[in-house]
Design a protein around this ligand. Structure first.
Ligand code: GRF
Length: 220
């Protein structure tokens, strides 16, 4: 069986590209039904078009409040009947109108080891704290910002001479690995969220599903 995915983006779309590439390599039993951006000039829209994927732009600019935007986005996404919605650098907070419709079927990639550094500027904040490591998390989306149940995380070291840009690049490489991995688990029917917990192959995932690429690996 192949699942249908809708990917929401706002910009560059490198995480989107990692999904497109994984589908292209036959690693995901999934098809990307549509890519939707809230920004008309998002580079990710070009990536989608290059791959022959339908694109839509729904700018938040014309909407009086967040609730109205959420309703419009909900209707647009519903047109594509997705089994899964992936937020891949989608820079808007989604409220109950949207999340309630697709509960347990929305995942987000976030550039930190949640619950650390919810929100923006995660790399700057990790450096300012003098942290020795940082990373990325994929989690199911709830109405609490960056606080939904964690599916998988990956940790990277922070070095003394790191700039936010260099650190962001190191984290991004892990994002491009764990996001397609989480989508694959979902597409294979192995992953679900129940009562605020994540189940993989019928087992509850620990609250912090931290893996490190080289040392522990991630189940296939
Ligand atoms: C990524 O770091 C993602 O985790 C964050 O925004 C960035 C988007 O990058 N939410 P891209 O658009 O996927 O290249």
């Amino acid at each position: 069986m192949t699942i249908a995915i809708v990917v929401l983006i706002s910009g560059r779309g490198s995480n989107l590209q990692s999904i497109i590439d994984a589908v292209g390599r036959g690693e995901l039993p999934a098809r990307i039904a549509a890519v939707i951006s809230n920004e008309a000039d998002a580079l990710g829209l070009h990536r989608a078009q290059q791959a022959g994927i339908e694109t839509r732009v729904l700018s938040h600019a014309g909407f009086a409040d967040r609730n109205d935007y959420d309703l419009a986005l909900r209707d647009l996404v519903s047109e594509f009947n997705p089994d899964l919605i992936v937020l891949a650098g989608f820079m808007r907070i989604l409220g109950a109108q949207f999340v309630g419709r697709f509960e347990g079927r929305i995942m987000n990639i976030h550039p930190s080891l949640l619950p650390k550094y919810r929100g923006l500027n995660t790399h700057e904040r990790a450096l300012a704290d003098g942290a020795s490591n940082h990373g990325a998390s994929v989690h199911f989306v709830t109405t609490n910002l960056d606080a939904g149940p964690i599916i998988v995380q990956s940790k990277v070291p922070i070095y003394a001479d790191d700039s936010p840009e260099i650190l962001a690049e190191r984290v991004l490489q892990e994002e491009h690995r764990i996001l397609p991995q989480a989508i694959r688990w979902f597409a294979e029917g192995r992953l679900s969220a129940r009562d605020g917990r994540v189940l993989l192959d019928g087992e509850t995932r620990p609250e912090q599903s931290l893996t490190s690429h080289r040392r522990h690996g991630i189940p296939n």
